[in-house]
Every structure is written in C-alpha cells, then in structure tokens.
Design a protein around this ligand. Structure first.
Ligand code: 5GP
Length: 203
C-alpha cells in the first residue's frame, strides 16, 4: 500500500475512550507504514510496568510539568483522570516542517485544544486529521478495561464516566470509526490515512 506522498505530511490524532483500541491502532500504523512516527507525549503519571521514558511517554515530575506550561512548551495539555498530560509543541512543528508524518493518541478534550491552538499554527491546521474511535457499548468497554488488568474497579468506574462525556464529543471529529474487529478497524484507519495523504479520493 503506498504511503509516501511526502509533500504533505499529516498529523493524525486518534482519540476515544480508554479501552477503545486507539493505542493499538496508533502502534499498528507506525509499525506498518515506515514513514509514520508516533508523537511521544508527556505525563505526570508514574510509568506502568514495562513503560520506557521517551518511548511510551516522557515521564515528568509535577514541577517539570509546571515549568513547561510556563514556558509555553505544550501545544495542549489536559488533566485526564487523575494525572496531567501534554503534547510537546516544538517537536510537532519541527517534524511537520521536515515533512514527517505523525500520529498521536490523546484524549478528547486535547483534540479540541489542538484545534484551537492550530489557529495560531497554520501548518497544524493544514495537516490535521482527527479520528474518534467509538466503542461498541459501555458494557463492552468495561469488559475490555477489566481484561487489560491495568486499572482497579474505582479507576475503571472513573474511566467509564469519562467515556460517557467523550462519546458526546464525537461529532467534532473529521472521522468516526465504530469499532468492529481489530483488523476491520485497522483497514478503516488505513483508508482514512490514505485519504488524508491525498492518495485516495474518497473512503
Ligand atoms: P494512559 O494513562 O492510559 O496512558 O492515558 C490516559 C489518557 O491520556 C489516554 O486517553 C491518552 O490518549 C491521553 N493522553 C496521552 N497523552 C496525552 C496528551 O499529550 N494530551 C492529552 N490531552 N491527552 C493525552
């Protein structure tokens, strides 16, 4: 599948409730398209087992995160569940200016802020494509979150509450993928990717 129309690097943001499969889609795009890089974002959350600083996230102290807010280092930042997360602005601008394709997975409120920020950064407005991953149902989402074994019941309940709000924002996105199987979801995101790259007229 062609993936290299490098005259128009794309910034694709994939968002959706925790457990919707957005990180899997993001990782798979990076694996299968050699031209795409994943944006590593910053967080004040402690690393989970197996997570590597600089690869999964830049893990920052609260003080360092505050300092970066003061220095206007984030394109957007948000409190998600109980921690803060932020998208490094310079890194994204630098990569887009080098025509490097980017994909990132952030929460729904972050997407609205990126859109706002893009009013001041035309290259982002030009290259941005937003995709919402819509889970089949809240019950299915609870099952997936339990199956991951990452969060306790209180955290799962918090994430489900967030999911209810997030789903309401889905119309603000360029595309919505109603999840089916992992492979079908991936095929759909590939078509969206190719459309964003100007390699496909319609999806
Ligand atoms: P987790 O702690 O499970 O890795 O991520 C929690 C949520 O934070 C996920 O929905 C993820 O998409 C979101 N997230 C990760 N990085 C950022 C970021 O830079 N900005 C925003 N707004 N959300 C982020």
């Amino acid at each position: 599948m062609p993936d290299s129309n490098q005259d128009n690097a794309v910034l694709m943001i994939i968002a959706g409730p925790a457990g919707s499969g957005k990180s899997t889609l993001c990782d798979r795009l990076v694996q299968e398209f050699s031209s795409i890089e994943r944006v590593v974002t910053c967080t004040t959350r402690p690393p989970r087992e197996g997570e590597i600083d600089g690869q999964h996230y830049f893990f920052l102290s609260d003080e360092e995160f505050d300092r970066r807010i003061e220095n206007d280092a984030f394109l957007e930042w948000a409190r998600v569940h109980t921690n803060r997360y932020g998208t490094p602005k310079d890194l994204i601008l630098e990569k887009l200016n080098q025509n490097i394709d980017l994909v990132m997975n952030i929460d729904v409120q972050g997407v609205a802020t990126v859109k706002e920020a893009s009013l001041k950064e035309p290259i982002i407005a030009e290259r941005l494509t937003t995709v919402f991953i819509m889970p089949p149902s809240l019950d299915e989402l609870i099952e997936r979150l339990r199956g991951r074994g990452q969060d306790d019941e209180a955290e799962i309940a918090r994430r489900i509450e967030s999911a209810k709000k997030e789903v309401k924002a889905k119309d603000q996105f360029d595309y919505v993928i109603e999840t089916r199987t992992k492979d079908e979801d991936f095929e759909e995101i590939c078509r969206i990717w190719q459309k964003a790259k100007g390699l496909l007229d319609k999806i």
